[in-house]
Design a protein around this ligand. Structure first.
Ligand code: ARG
Ligand code: GLU
Length: 720
């Protein structure tokens, strides 16, 4: 008895990790966390989840597109992910006449599935610890300031070298990469198979898939059916191939079993996916910097920009479709920044990190360690202080101008066109003009509304000039001062009136009468070029801090690993495959309020507001609700479950991640995090942080009862 209490105490003391915190790498799962998972209720063996040599659950988890996760749910390559992950693809197939965003889309057969050139799905075939390999290679470099140890390019070359050219040549679609973990204290190599024929199979209407939209985004209790359905195709041999009519559905190594049993409070749950980026190992100074510069700039600028966008979207249904995806992307990070600052202040993250730093210094002192951790921390403090102004300028330039104004993407690199026009070769001239035409249409694409961009640019430039001291503004602003008496509104009007990229008419006019003079004096090209120069300069100046920072950060993390023992620490997210586990749980957001772990269709009806686009409920859903036509998807209490909350430690990139029960069966698809947990990218809060997961029974209910696409369920393996 005594002994076991002592053991518990010792374990508790040696573990810095709070229950449920952590995004664990699969190769280390067995040694780091597996016993814990079983104690929480997991019934599987470690090799059921991850096995280097045979098929395991991880084989059913894929990278979906640029920044989401997906899972395979049928032997015919059917993939589930979030509606918001499929959103831009669904949007690209949509027009006013055929509006899949508003109405949803369901392919009635394979022929109707829609190809999405550019969309990729990757499987992780192999994970290897290559720490020694990388360190050996790094040791051959005698530049003490070399940043190779974090350089994606350097690591990519090493990966190719290790895999061998022949291997890559003989395995089309196979890619290898090496990623740094723990700030460059450890390295893993990933061998991926990348499929590029991915077709849209189904999506609910936005009134289900995006129900609650921005008001509810990052919020619990939540009522969004945030899922969409895709299918991976391969050539006849099962190898990756670009879209071809002859391609066939991929026969995957592994697909998930789907549970209809549902979830209860305190049940074990785990999530496998590709979390993008966290900053658990921030120092107190970086926390303050994040709050006072990064987040503060983002919150201020995006708020202004979104106001204009929203106004235009509400005025004009064409603009609504054009800007839907841009708007959603913008507000998502905006609201995240607000939540992040809220947590930083409310839960005193600066103090939390400070305490960790002090603890390390004390521990190092007692353990006869040299001064290096103290030095590392001093170095970081100094870098943050010295880089403050540059960082502010860089964030302002990015948020207000480079990301804020769309015409910054106009094709301003026109040197080769000028050279051709100055020459005599007619064919060469025509080919350059033709290329410029393509570039122009890539920029002014079907989703670009110059009138909207113009309005936004005016607001952005005003705010930029208000907040960034004149001496730090790009050179071109003095021209604006001279020619327009500092009136940036007039300058923006002038740009759109005069630039060859200001309208289709202007551009066509240029194509018919191309002239070097027009290009050289083009105000949009001049402005964009001056912003690009400023960005280059700022990036260069900031880079001077990079190496010092990277070394100091690596040392600091090394210190923490030494102090706590590496079993108890997880590396910051880096878009690599991770597992997080915990329990299904509600929480207490504030005094006297308890949020339950599950929401139901009742809540959708409660939130319904036909006059507010965010909370419109489709008629068909209301009919099913009224008729209680719930089939086998209802809870024992006769309700349709919509979403549930779990203590798993997830972040951006985990969208679309499968959430599995103690048998490894699919119970939901992760799609968001609660407001109170947004700060978890810096510090996990067990009492506050929850993943928001769409209940798989809601997904099946919508596919079957709402969309009448039950033929899709026939491919799946459902267990009661
Ligand atoms: N907050 C979720 C994530 O970070 C969902 C975003 C999509 N929804 C939206 N309204 N923007 O990606
Ligand atoms: N919605 C996020 C994503 O797209 C997941 C939510 C989070 O950040 O935890 O990955």
């Amino acid at each position: 008895m005594k002994k076991s209490i002592l053991t518990v105490l010792i374990t508790a003391l040696s573990l810095p990790v709070i229950a449920d915190e952590g995004m664990w790498t699969l190769p280390l799962l067995k040694q780091q966390k597996f016993a814990d998972m079983q104690a929480l209720g997991l019934k599987l063996q470690d090799y059921d989840i991850y096995s280097p040599d045979s098929s395991s659950l991880k084989d059913a988890v894929v990278i979906f597109g640029g920044g989401c996760t997906g899972e395979v749910v049928s032997p015919e390559g059917l993939i589930l992910t979030n509606h918001h992950c499929g959103y831009s693809w669904i949007q690209q197939h949509s027009s006013l006449e055929q509006d899949y965003l508003t109405n949803g889309f369901w392919a009635a057969n394979r022929e109707q599935e829609l190809p999405n050139p550019g969309l990729k799905i990757s499987f992780i075939d192999k994970i290897e610890d290559v720490t020694e390999y990388v360190k050996t290679a790094l040791a051959t470099n005698n530049d003490p300031n070399s940043m190779n140890f974090l350089s994606p390019r350097y690591l990519a070359n090493l990966a190719k070298e290790k895999a061998g050219e022949a291997f890559l040549r003989n395995n089309p679609g196979t890619e290898v990469e090496i990623r740094a973990f723990y700030g460059g204290n450890q390295y893993y190599m990933f061998t991926k198979k990348v499929y590029s024929d991915v077709r849209l199979v189904g999506a609910p209407p936005s009134s289900i898939g995006k129900f609650g939209a921005d008001t509810d985004n990052w919020m619990w209790p939540r009522h969004t059916g945030d899922f969409s359905v895709f299918r991976v195709y391969a050539d006849a041999n099962g190898n990756p191939s670009d879209y071809a009519e002859t391609n066939v559905p991929l026969r995957p190594k592994r697909w998930l079993t789907i549970s209809l049993k549902g979830v209860q409070e305190d049940d074990f749950a785990m999530m496998i996916g590709f979390p993008g980026r966290t900053n658990k190992y921030y120092t107190s100074w970086e926390v303050a910097e994040r709050r006072d510069i990064d987040n503060a700039v983002r919150i201020n600028i995006r708020n202004l920009r979104q106001q204009v966008m929203l106004e235009e979207m509400l005025k004009d249904p064409v603009v609504r479709i054009q800007y839907a995806s841009k708007y959603a992307g913008s507000t998502n990070a905006y609201k995240n920044a607000i939540g992040s600052n809220w947590a930083i202040n409310k839960r005193n993250f600066e103090q939390v990190k400070k305490a960790e730093q002090d603890k390390l210094i004390e521990w190092a002192g007692k353990n006869g360690k040299p001064e290096e951790y103290k030095e590392a921390l001093l170095m970081i403090e100094q870098i943050v202080a010295d880089g403050k102004d540059l960082r502010f300028r860089n964030w302002m330039l990015d948020e207000a101008i480079i990301r804020g104004i769309e015409f910054l993407r106009a094709p301003a690199g026109i040197d080769s066109v000028i050279i051709a026009l100055n020459g005599k070769n007619k064919a060469e001239q025509q080919s350059k003009i033709r290329l410029l035409e393509l570039a122009y249409h890539r920029f002014a694409d079907k989703d670009y509304a110059p009138e909207v961009d113009k309005k936004i640019a005016k607001v952005m430039l005003k705010e930029y000039r208000k907040l960034v001291p004149a001496k730090w503004q790009p050179a071109y602003f003095s021209t604006i001062d001279k020619r327009f008496k500092g009136d940036t509104d007039r300058f923006v009007d002038y740009i759109f009136e005069k630039s060859i990229f200001g309208s289709d008419a202007n551009f066509n006019n240029f194509v018919h009468h191309p002239s070097v003079k027009a290009l050289k004096e083009d105000p949009m090209i001049l402005f964009v070029t001056s912003i690009q120069n400023e960005k280059k300069q700022l990036t260069g100046a900031l880079m001077e801090f990079d190496a010092d920072y990277a070394f100091a950060h690596r040392n600091y993390v090394k210190g923490l690993l030494e102090m706590y023992g590496d079993k108890a620490n997880f590396p910051d997210a880096n878009s690599s495959l991770r597992l997080t586990y915990g329990q299904i749980k509600g929480y207490n957001p504030r005094d006297a309020v308890y949020y339950e772990y599950q929401t139901t269709l009742d809540g959708v009806m409660e939130k319904e507001d036909p006059d507010n686009w965010e909370f419109v409920v489709p008629d068909k859903l209301k009919e099913l609700y009224a008729a209680k036509d719930f089939g086998r998807y209802q809870t024992p209490a006769g309700k349709i479950p919509v979403a549930f909350a779990a203590t798993t430690h997830s972040t951006g990139g985990n969208s679309g991640s499968p959430v599995l029960n103690n048998n490894g069966e699919l119970i939901g698809i992760n799609f968001d995090r609660n407001w109170e947990g947004v700060g978890g990218d810096i510090q996990y809060l067990p009492d506050y942080q929850r993943s928001i997961i769409v209940d798989i029974r809601y997904v099946l209910f919508i596919i079957d009862k709402y969309a009448g696409a039950s033929y899709l369920l026939d491919e799946m393996r459902l267990v009661e």
